[in-house]
Design a protein around this ligand. Structure first.
Ligand code: KG4
Length: 332
């Protein structure tokens, strides 16, 4: 079974060809990071226009790299949401055009499901699964009883964790995207500064906006008092607080749900080196659970994961028709 996957929910135009759910025949990712770096973050209108410019080339290149034509494709999968609405529309319209021009089934896919199923590219997921999705737009803990059921146990009440990394990096003048820069700087520091601990109501929910403001207030206070501070120590203090917020919730879920067999991570923030260390700590604490953090190429936005998700959705019978439209706040 050959699926072409299309992803355009944020600032990457991506097209991939995936065979039999696991084998990536080609994967093209046109990143817009250089353009958005100039603005210090993703500008939605600019992002959608660049998707329009890139999408046809990415489709052509993905087919060429896979050494196939549209005749060989069994279905067209596309990220329907969530994401930036103008960006999503570009991918959805392209997928509809391909599907109807070549008489292929159209399969709408949820972006978060894509991040979770990316793990299938490196491991066979064992259900029930607990998935942690940490990206620039999402922070969620998802329980999957089986391959096609998704229950959101916890989610952020305000900013996504990647957004908090990016905003704190901006306060520290590190540039965009901030996550990798904070990760690198934090390695040279110690978590010596006390920042506001996040407060949330739900046992499994997250909050990052208070922590982000606390970093801003700290820098302003230092400036007012004419004091200097160590940037690396501040980056490290922020990163430890943000990850403590994540891992205290992960432990709570693992303690409460003894049936979980596999813990997987998805989304751009899973590239974080300290997060990866903390998953290793969990491995020792919960020896009965399997832990997977996929390699970088599966973590950040890509279309291979949409190809995998599309294969699973296609086999479960999901189809889109001519009235399919992008949905910026699509429920999983
Ligand atoms: O999944 P992704 O590529 O795009 C979506 O948001 O869907 O994630 C991008 C996010 C950005 O916020 C970026 O700063 C963050 O992932 N990120 C990191 C690291 N690498 C990327 N955050 C922390 N540490 C990293 N090493």
């Amino acid at each position: 079974m050959i699926i072409i996957g299309i992803e355009s929910s944020c600032d990457e135009t991506a097209v991939a060809v995936v065979k039999d759910k696991k084998e990536v025949l080609s994967s093209v990712v046109a990143s817009q990071i250089d353009v958005h770096t100039e603005f210090g973050g993703v500008v939605p209108e600019v992002a959608s226009r660049i998707h329009v410019e890139n999408i046809s080339y990415c489709i052509e290149k993905a087919l060429k790299d896979a050494n196939i034509t549209m005749e060989d494709v069994d279905a067209v999968a596309v990220t329907q949401g969530p994401g930036l609405i103008g960006c999503l529309h570009v991918g959805v319209q392209a997928a509809k055009t391909l599907a109807f021009a070549y008489h292929k089934p159209l399969v709408p896919v949820h972006h978060l499901a894509g991040h979770i199923y990316a793990n299938e590219l490196v491991v066979d997921m064992k259900y029930p699964v607990l998935a942690l999705v940490v990206s620039g737009g999402n922070t969620e803990l998802v329980y999957m009883k089986d391959e096609t059921s998704f229950e959101i146990l916890g989610e952020t009440q305000d900013d996504a964790i990647g957004e908090a990394f990016d905003k704190v990096a901006r306060v520290l003048g590190l540039g965009y995207p901030g996550g990798p820069k904070i990760d690198k700087l934090a390695k040279e520091g110690k978590p010596v500064y006390e920042l506001a601990k996040p407060k949330t109501q739900g046992r499994y929910d997250f909050s990052f906006s208070g922590l982000k403001s606390s970093v801003l207030q700290f820098t302003k206070r230092m400036e007012r008092q004419g004091k200097t501070f160590d940037m690396a120590d501040l980056a490290c203090s922020f990163q430890e607080c943000a990850l403590d917020e994540i891992f205290s919730r992960v432990r709570a879920v693992l303690d409460d749900h003894k049936d979980i067999r596999h813990f997987v991570v998805g989304g751009g923030v899973s590239a974080n080196s300290r997060l990866r260390e903390k998953v290793e700590e969990l491995r020792n604490e919960y020896p009965e659970v399997e832990f997977t953090v996929p390699p970088m190429y599966c973590c950040t936005d890509n279309a291979s994961m949409i190809g995998v998700a599309g294969t699973i959705a296609y086999l479960s019978g999901r189809r889109g028709n001519a009235s399919l439209t992008a949905d910026s706040s699509l429920e999983i």
